[in-house]
Design a binder for this molecule. Structure first.
Ligand SMILES: Cc1cc2nc3c(=O)[nH]c(=O)nc-3n(C[C@H](O)[C@H](O)[C@H](O)COP(=O)(O)OP(=O)(O)OC[C@H]3O[C@@H](n4cnc5c(N)ncnc54)[C@H](O)[C@@H]3O)c2cc1C
Length: 370
């Protein structure tokens, strides 16, 4: 099956790239299972560009750029598919339960303030005015008005529908096992006897990204970082903001669901939900809001965040196979980074624009050579 672009992996990253390129290319997405059902569905959907940042670097700037792309993306997905992806820009609150934590966060966010990014320090009274159901043990905190959330499951559903209406060929229940390489180019991708070929091949297989036999040297491994999540449900929405405590966070959806997350377990591809993690998540949730302690856990799940050795995204062409691009390693922020990743990869294929150097796969090749 021939296309201009073959995308291996139909998560939020693969689908976002496919949708973007479908304007001017024939695109095939090959997905091992069903599109969007792995990490992209497991996520909490926080758009935490500022909450997750520790320094003013290319990663932070990409997160900010991507966050600002969501209003237009959500509007255009709604127009094309009728699906409201639940973009919510009411902001994120960070709660502190000790003076030491307030001081540490204040220092941590000082550079963001200095660089002109909106952030407000709030007293305990101000926080409780915003969120009456939070713990009375809260001593103070911070408000990031421009971070927010999206319903990531609706996002992948809308991306998939939009891809279909833009003519993307989506092939599910088909795992690519190996790539064939000749003359420094990938000439085909094989799923059993089925062969897919394309001018450009984008590897977007998430935590499984380096398990495919690529046929050329990939001097790094993408690994899974398991995250376990819980879901509660309240009769009506009790919280307006994404709320980050000292040991976990809650993400309130508009229909009363409250997601609580998430663990970071280096446990390979073990999908288990553990009792220990469930207990820890219940504890961190009730620390944020004791009223949630009276509810029963409605759902639990796990997902695998894809991470590279330096925990940074790996985006762009590889030096040793000219028509292969990687879109891997989005780790904790793949939902947030999906629109900008699509732009970077599509621009690279179109031969316009450039991907920030910090994300280039060549960093691993030069390290290996040294
Ligand atoms: C618990 C948890 C909470 C998170 N919370 C957030 C959050 O709040 N905000 C945020 O921005 N990010 C969050 N993330 C991270 C985010 O979910 C990921 O970074 C993102 O989903 C990665 O997208 P992806 O498309 O690369 O991977 P995936 O969604 O895993 O998609 C990869 C796809 O490739 C397919 N595939 C694998 N091998 C093959 C093969 N051989 N052939 C064909 N297809 C193949 C898989 O079946 C899968 O569908 C969270 C993750 C977890 C687990």
């Amino acid at each position: 099956m021939d296309s201009d672009v073959l995308i291996i992996g139909g998560g939020v990253i693969g689908l976002s790239i496919a949708r973007e390129l479908a304007f001017d290319h024939t695109v095939t997405v090959v997905e091992r299972g069903r599109c969007g059902e792995e990490a992209s569905s497991a996520a909490a959907g926080m758009l935490g560009a500022q909450a997750e940042a520790y320094g003013d670097d290319q990663f932070f700037r990409a997160c900010i750029e991507s966050r600002e792309m969501f209003p237009e993306l959500a509007a255009s997905l709604f127009e094309e598919t009728g699906i409201d992806v639940g973009l919510d820009r009411k902001g994120t609150l960070l709660l502190s339960f000790s003076e030491a934590d307030i001081a540490a966060r204040s220092e941590r966010f000082a550079w963001q303030k200095a660089a002109g990014f909106e952030i407000e320090q709030l007293s305990a009274t101000e926080l409780r005015r915003e969120e009456p159901f939070i713990s009375t043990d809260v001593l103070g905190g911070f408000y990031l008005p421009n971070d927010g959330q999206i319903d990531n499951r609706k996002l992948v559903e809308a991306l998939r529908r939009s891809c279909e209406s833009r003519g993307v060929n989506i092939v599910e229940d088909t795992a690519i096992e190996r790539l064939a390489v000749a003359g420094g180019k990938v000439t085909g991708a094989f799923a059993g006897e089925a062969k897919f070929s394309a001018d450009n091949v984008v590897l977007a297989a998430g935590a499984w990204g380096t398990q495919i036999d690529a046929g050329f040297d990939l001097p790094f491994v993408i690994k899974p970082m398991r995250g376990q999540m819980l879901q509660f449900r309240t009769a009506k929405r009790l919280f307006d903001h994404v709320i980050v405590g000292q040991r976990g966070y809650i993400v309130p959806r508009s229909d009363g669901r409250v997601l609580s997350g998430a663990t970071m377990d280096d446990a390979g591809f073990d999908e288990s939900v553990t009792n220990e993690a469930t207990a820890r998540l219940i504890e961190s949730t009730t620390e944020i809001s004791p009223s949630l302690g009276a509810l029963k856990v409605q759902d639990v799940w796990t997902g695998f965040r894809p991470f590279a050795p330096d925990r940074m995204p790996v985006l762009g062409r590889v030096p040793n196979a000219e028509n292969v691009l990687l879109a891997l390693g989005h780790f904790r922020n793949g939902i947030l980074l999906s629109p900008v990743t699509a732009k970077y990869i599509a621009d690279e294929i179109r031969g316009v624009g450039s991907i920030p150097a910090d994300f280039s796969p060549s960093r691993f090749y030069s390290a290996a050579a040294a």
